[in-house]
Design a binder for this molecule. Structure first.
Ligand SMILES: Nc1ncnc2c1ncn2[C@@H]1O[C@H](COP(=O)(O)OP(=O)(O)OP(=O)(O)O)[C@@H](O)[C@H]1O
Length: 308
């Protein structure tokens, strides 16, 4: 079996996902592959555990958890100044595991297999203010929904919890007055947004394809404008979330952009699921910054999103 104890550490968030006894399976697999485990004890730990593992000589790091854990591990690699020299493997132990899906990792066993041996690609990273993000930064409806989705609800319903929550919130969600300025795309957008997704590895669902091109040095940005409220919004909520037809949807691609909130209060942005508030958020791409193992389902040049 490939794998070498000295250079590969798997950083595990035991609270990710459904909180079942998944950790014992992770221990078994780590032992089988000869990888060292570093188990996180509290939020933020994966950043330090990763940095320390690299300082102690690790050149391959597994991030075992959901998108939030991947985010923290990547921040740890960056904090060690080791993005050039470190290989990331994703072991999908979270609830949604959206990023894992976007790089073709199909499950925990597959994640271990790829970490031991697999194709490596260099992908872009996003920087928003001083935060790194790997998958996406979201503001508006879904950022609010993920902030208020309790871990109990997530535990019982997994991904569906986001959908329940979002539909529930649509009843009284006030759209956000925004100005989005994308320097190199030569465009700007002004209006009231229900949500904005700044996608690095992820794009707004369209035609069932959620993976963005993550090697092109560009974000794929989707803005959903506030449309009519009330019954129509409620009736179409599920469809919109799951990638159905949306009339007030705007897409742009850019290597840097600024989101300006025009209201009095800062708003919540989610960075790979971690929430922070801003009233102005400059974002830029760090092209090819991260080396990551990918599965066969990963497509370096995914088909263009279908127009909706
Ligand atoms: N012991 C711990 N170590 C690290 N993070 C923890 C720990 N306990 C709770 N957390 C929280 O776990 C969250 C990260 O969860 P993560 O995103 O990896 O899983 P998830 O939400 O189940 O999956 P997904 O984001 O894919 O839906 C962070 O917000 C962090 O606050």
């Amino acid at each position: 079996m490939a794998g070498n104890e000295d250079d590969c550490v798997v950083v595990v968030n035991p609270e990710s996902g459904r909180g079942d006894d998944g950790i014992s399976r992770i221990r078994e697999l780590a032992a089988e592959y000869g990888f060292e485990l570093a188990v996180s004890e509290e939020p933020g730990d994966p950043v330090d555990l990763t940095r320390k593992a690299i300082e102690a000589g690790a050149t391959r790091i597994g991030a075992c958890g959901g998108d939030g854990t991947v985010n923290e591990v990547v921040r740890g690699i960056d904090a060690a100044g080791a993005l050039e020299a470190t290989l990331l493997g994703v072991i999908p132990g979270g609830t949604g595991n959206n990023f894992a899906g976007n790089v073709g990792v199909e499950g925990i066993e597959h994640g271990f297999e790829l970490l031991a041996e697999g194709e490596t690609r260099r992908i872009d990273l996003g920087v928003a203010g001083d935060q790194l993000f790997v998958n996406s930064s979201v503001c508006g409806l879904t950022a609010d929904a993920s902030e208020s989705t309790s871990s109990d609800l997530k535990g019982r319903f997994g991904e569906l919890a986001y959908v329940f929550n979002t539909i529930d919130r649509m009843r009284d969600f006030e759209s956000i007055p925004l100005h989005v300025h994308a320097e190199d795309a030569g465009g700007s957008w002004d209006g009231n947004a229900m949500f904005v997704l700044i996608g690095n590895a992820r794009r707004f669902p369209a035609g069932g394809n959620e993976q963005a091109n993550v090697e092109d040095g560009l974000f794929e940005v989707t803005i959903i404008e506030d449309v009519s409220t009330g019954q129509l919004v409620r009736e179409t909520a599920t469809r919109r979330l799951l990638g159905g037809e949306v009339s007030s949807l705007h897409r742009l691609t850019a290597s840097s952009l600024t989101v300006d909130v025009r209201g009095d209060e800062p708003v919540s942005f989610s960075f790979d699921g971690e929430i922070a508030r801003f009233d102005e958020l400059p974002c830029r791409v760090r092209p090819g910054a991260l080396a990551v193992r990918v599965g066969d389902a990963y497509d370096p040049i995914p088909p263009e999103p279908e127009d909706v």
